[in-house]
Ligand binder design. Structure first.
Ligand code: GLU
Length: 395
C-alpha cells in the first residue's frame, strides 16, 4: 500500500518528507518521489523507481531549500513501475500524489480531452488533469475546485495537492484511503499513516471523508464541501515508534510471529469477565451477535484466515450462518447483506482499501458493522469516543 506525507512549516521540508517516506517503507512500494516549493516558490519534482534511499541520493545533488512539500511511495495499480509513473504528477498548475484507484479514469481522459497530454499511464495523472481544468474554470479557488473535482471521481483516493500559485499551502482530500493530519509549533503535516507523524507529535486528527484539508505553515484546517470550516476531532496516539518498528527482528513477519502470544494475551485478557467474553468497555452490546440472522466476516490475506478460524468457532456456538469473504471481491459479488446482517471487518492496519470499501458497502446495505483492527488510538480527554478504538461497532 502506498505512503503519503506532506509538510509545511519552518523546518527542512525535503528532509522531513524523505525521513517520513523511509518510516513508511514497511508498507511495501515500488518507487518514491517528492514535490516541493523551492525558495523562489517554484515547484520541483524528484521521483525515482526503487527504494527511498535512491530518492535520497538524487536529492543530495540539490541544495535548494524548501519549507513545503509532499512525498509519496507508490504501489503501482495503473501503469508499470517507471520513473514517469512514479508520483508526484504535475499537470498544468496542479501537482499531486494519490493513494488509491480512480475507477473512471478512461471516461475522464476522454471527457477532459487528456489523450496525448499525459506523461504517465497512471489514473492519478488523469486526476491531476481533471483538477487542473476545474481549478482554472472556477477562478483558481482551491477549495471550490477540489469540491467540484471530487464530484467527478469514482473510486478510492487520498490526494495531497500543491497549486503553483499557492506556495506554502498543501491541500488534501480522501475517500476510503486513509489520511491523518497534525499541527505543532514545528509545522503542519498530513500523512497516510500515523507512524509518519508521531516523531513530531502525539496529537492528530483523521481527515474526515467528504472534507478538504488545508495546511498552512502552522495550521491544519478542515472544510466541508460547501467550503465552511469544520472543527476536526483531535485524537491522541497511545503507542510509540518501537511498536511500529522491527524491534530487533530482521523483518516484520518474524516480529509479528514472535509477538503472537503477547498480542493474543493483550487482546483477549481485558475482554474477559468471569471467564466469559465481555465487550462492555468497547461499547459493543452482546445482542449484536444474537440479534442478527447471519454474520459475514470480511477481510484480506492473513486477516481473512483469522476470520476463517473465527467462523469455525462462532457458527457452532451461535447457530446462525457465518461466512467469510475476501474483501477485494466483496463489492463485485452483489452480496446478500441486509439490516439483519452483522458484518465483522478485520484489518490489521485498519487501512486496507478493499476492506474499507467492503465495509462501506455493507453499511450502505444496512448491516451492523463490527471492525477489528490493531491500531489503537484514543480520543483526547473530554472529547467524544470515536471510531478508532481497537474493536468498533457502527449501526
Ligand atoms: N493508482 C495509482 C498508481 O498506480 C496510485 C497507486 C498507489 O496507491 O500507490 O499510480
Amino acid at each position: 500500500m502506498c505512503g503519503i506525507i506532506g509538510y509545511t512549516g519552518p523546518l527542512n521540508a525535503k528532509e522531513i518528507l524523505v525521513n517520513g517516506l523511509a518510516g513508511l517503507e514497511y508498507r511495501g512500494y515500488d518507487s518514491a518521489g517528492i514535490a516541493y516549493f523551492d525558495a523562489g516558490s517554484q515547484i520541483k519534482v524528484v521521483k525515482k523507481v526503487g527504494k527511498v534511499a535512491a530518492l535520497r541520493n538524487c536529492l543530495k545533488k540539490r541544495e535548494d531549500i524548501s519549507h513545503c512539500g509532499i512525498g509519496h511511495t507508490r504501489w503501482a495499480t495503473h501503469g508499470g513501475v517507471t520513473d514517469e509513473n512514479a508520483h508526484p504528477h504535475r499537470f498544468g498548475q496542479v501537482t499531486l500524489i494519490h493513494n488509491g484507484i480512480i475507477e473512471n479514469y478512461h471516461q475522464l481522459t476522454e471527457k477532459y480531452g487528456l489523450q496525448g497530454r499525459l506523461a504517465s499511464q497512471t489514473d492519478s495523472e488523469v486526476a491531476a488533469g481533471v483538477l487542473d481544468s476545474v481549478y482554472e474554470k472556477c477562478g483558481r479557488d482551491p477549495l471550490t475546485a477540489i469540491a467540484g473535482f471530487t464530484e467527478k471521481l469514482q473510486g478510492s483516493y487520498g490526494f495531497c495537492i500543491l497549486f503553483d500559485d499557492r506556495p506554502g499551502e498543501i491541500y488534501a482530500v480522501r475517500h476510503v484511503s486513509p489520511l491523518v493530519a497534525a499541527y505543532t509549533s514545528s509545522g503542519a503535516m498530513v500523512a497516510s499513516d500515523l507512524t509518519a507523524l508521531i516523531t513530531y507529535t502525539k496529537e492528530y486528527f483523521v481527515v474526515p471523508e467528504g472534507h478538504i484539508l488545508r495546511l498552512t505553515p502552522y495550521k491544519a484546517r478542515v472544510y466541508d464541501m460547501g467550503c465552511s470550516r469544520v472543527e476536526p476531532e483531535m485524537m491522541e496516539v497511545n503507542w510509540n515508534m518501537d511498536a511500529a518498528m522491527k524491534n530487533g527482528y530482521p523483518h516484520f513477519m518474524l516480529k509479528e510471529i514472535h509477538e503472537q502470544p503477547d498480542a493474543l494475551h493483550n487482546t483477549i485478557l481485558p475482554r474477559l469477565l468471569g471467564g466469559v467474553p465481555d465487550f462492555t468497555a468497547d461499547c459493543i452490546p452482546d445482542q449484536i451477535f444474537t440479534r442478527c440472522s447471519q454474520i459475514r466476516i470480511i477481510a484480506c490475506g492473513t486477516a481473512m484466515h483469522a476470520g476463517m478460524v473465527a467462523r469455525a468457532l462462532m457458527e457452532p456456538l451461535l447457530r446462525i450462518p457465518v461466512t467469510v469473504s475476501v474483501a477485494s471481491e466483496f463489492r463485485y459479488e452483489n452480496p446478500l447483506v441486509d439490516k439483519n446482517t452483522l458484518a465483522i471487518i478485520i484489518s490489521q492496519s485498519g487501512e486496507t482499501i478493499d476492506t474499507l470499501a467492503a465495509m462501506s458497502l455493507a453499511q450502505s446495505l444496512g448491516a451492523t458493522t463490527l471492525s477489528i483492527v490493531n491500531v489503537k488510538a484514543l480520543p483526547l480527554p473530554g472529547k467524544a469516543i470515536t471510531c478508532s478504538i481497537p474493536m468498533q461497532v457502527r449501526r
